[in-house]
Write a protein that binds this ligand. Structure first.
Ligand code: DON
Length: 304
């Protein structure tokens, strides 16, 4: 087995010298306050050994990484009926693009672009009595950590400026692909994106995607075939119009967020999370992608 601790420490120190760290997201004003020099990485292997470097215990906004977790909760709850309302094809478009949605009559390309995640949020709002409480409970259960919570300021900040998402939700509604009130669904969606977690907590949450649906406490949340599908979606759609580049450079299923986090898994081997707030032009963490490329190259461990 590779010496993960030595490897991730070497990666953290190599990236410390990189000057071009990307740009912190500012379209959600509350996120623009984050220090661009933060960098964390945490890896948990299949035997539940933990390896950490940098700011791996510091909380950050998980943003779109939450889409994998809401999809999981939804898939476990309603099964394959979800695929009647959202497709499973890569979009090749930015995360907030709307033209394909109009072109394809209100069926989002996949559940990891914003429009798809809004449909998933709608299904959760329809099926849960108290969606925000129950979703948070699910995340606390899979991580075994009751300290995880929403950041109300970030949710409010996105609510005030999330005009593209408001447009997406209205477009979905116009095609009959949104059951609930636009405002109610978006309130849930903005909250799920506002959840704050550290690299370590997220690596714990993603453990079940590398462990056939079973969390570290041994409870099964998704069956093997559901995990297969979620990992396939991460690989093909997790980085929007940069999914090809991530597969090419890193070679793992993963998901990014505009808070600068990236979570990735190697089935049966490890779950790993990086955090560096500067984003590249596609909205994915610039140094996070470089760190994961170094990890899979230095360890010669990728699904390919
Ligand atoms: O809906 C949005 O625009 C944000 N709450 C999440 C976007 C995001 O994280 C895209 N990922 N790289």
């Amino acid at each position: 087995m590779p010496n993960y601790q030595d490897i991730i420490e070497a990666i953290a120190s190599e990236l410390n010298n990189v000057k071009e760290k990307g740009t912190v997201a500012s379209y959600i004003p509350e996120l623009s306050k984050i220090d661009p020099n933060k960098f964390g990485i945490h890896l948990v292997d299949s035997q539940m050994n933990h390896y950490s470097a940098g700011d791996a215990d510091e909380l950050f906004s998980i943003q779109s990484i939450s889409k994998v977790l809401s999809l999981s909760k939804c898939f476990a709850l309603v099964g394959d009926s979800i695929w009647e309302r959202v497709d499973v094809e890569p979009s090749g478009d930015p995360f907030n693009h709307l033209s394909l949605l109009e072109f394809e009559n209100g069926i989002p390309r996949n559940p990891l672009i914003n429009a798809g995640a809004i449909v998933v949020a709608d299904i959760l709002v329809s099926n849960l009595e108290n969606p925000k409480d129950e979703f948070l409970y699910f995340i606390r259960q899979i991580t075994n950590d009751d300290s995880i919570t929403y950041n109300e300021k970030v949710a409010e900040s996105e609510k005030n400026t999330g005009f593209k998402n408001i447009a997406a939700a209205n477009l979905l509604k116009s095609y009959g692909n949104l059951e609930n009130d636009v405002d109610e669904v978006l309130d849930f969606y903005f909250h799920q994106c506002s959840i704050e977690m550290s690299c370590k907590q997220l690596a714990n949450a993603f453990y079940m995607f590398m462990n056939h649906g079973k969390c570290q406490r041994g409870k099964t949340y998704l069956n093997i075939n559901q995990v297969k599908r979620i990992n396939a979606l991460m690989l093909t759609c997790g980085f929007y119009d940069e999914a090809g580049e991530f597969a090419f450079e890193v070679g793992l299923p993963g998901k990014s967020g505009v808070g600068g986090g990236i979570a990735a898994v190697f089935p049966d081997k490890f779950s790993v999370v990086t955090w560096s707030p500067g984003l590249n032009l596609k909205g994915n963490s610039k140094l996070g992608m470089q760190a994961l490329e170094k990890l899979t190259t230095k360890t010669s461990q990728s699904i390919f």
